[in-house]
Ligand binder design. Structure first.
Ligand code: ZN
Length: 236
């Protein structure tokens, strides 16, 4: 029996804390603003993680990478990308042969195929690791796991250009870029697949980051002791 209850407008109050707007419809818990934010950012409370904000964390990831064997890191990351591409292509081929598949998974695989084909393996891995580093150091930056996944997926899709739409504005004679969101479920699927694929990379990078941090702290302690010792001697 299909649901024939008409969708009523202005039904109730938005579920986002502190928002008193009316919901989009009787079936949506959110107002228009928070619904679109949930779609674009992964969570209605999540705000955008900008490229600029992420840059310092990407630099830190590169610094950590420099402490390891370069060729081995590069070949491992290329291997992860290759396996991701193969997985996505296999799923898409299954779908094109007529297998019934979850459409969100199909969308996710289509996006993965495009990103891995056009993107740079090392850059992508650096960006994903930077997102995890940002979350480790500023857990409150993310409203929820969903918000984190939404932002990570966005960063994953951005460089390949597939997440960008461009609109020409005749009034200003300029083009305006905008972000093309995926559905919440496709975002979740894509997030799950890439986090799983990059897990070995994320684990080892985090360990190497911890070691680098310890080393930096030790150097700092030694220098503090060195200057402190020198000062004490001078005072005697
Ligand atoms: Zn709202």
């Amino acid at each position: 029996m299909p649901n024939i209850t008409p969708i009523r407008r202005g039904f109730g109050q938005c579920a986002a804390p502190g928002c008193s707007n009316q919901t989009r419809s009787s079936v949506s818990p959110l107002c228009t603003k928070h619904h679109s934010r949930a779609r674009v950012h992964g969570d209605a409370q999540q705000t955008l993680v900008t490229r600029r904000e992420l840059r310092a964390y990407e630099d830190r990831v590169r610094k950590v990478m420099a402490t390891g064997k370069q060729e081995l890191i590069v070949s491992s990351l290329k291997e992860i990308t290759r396996r991701l591409t193969e997985y996505a292509q296999a799923e898409l081929a299954r779908f094109h042969r007529g297998h019934a598949m979850n459409r969100h998974l199909v969308t996710a695989c289509d996006q993965i195929e495009k990103v891995t084909k056009s993107g740079d393996s090392i850059e992508t891995a650096t960006t994903i690791a930077a997102m995890f580093l940002l979350r480790d150091q500023q857990p409150r930056r993310f409203a929820s796991d969903r918000g984190f996944i939404g932002q990570t997926v966005r960063q994953f899709r951005l460089p390949s250009g597939i997440a960008r739409g461009v609109t020409y504005d005749p009034n200003t004679d300029q083009t305006k870029g905008w972000f093309r969101p995926m559905s919440r479920k496709a975002t979740e699927q894509l997030g799950r697949i890439i986090i799983e694929a990059y897990k070995p990379w994320l684990v080892h990078l985090k360990q190497a980051e911890g070691r680098l941090q310890e080393e930096e702290q030790r150097i700092s302690r030694d220098l503090a002791a060195a200057f402190d010792g020198a000062r004490r001697q001078a005072a005697e």
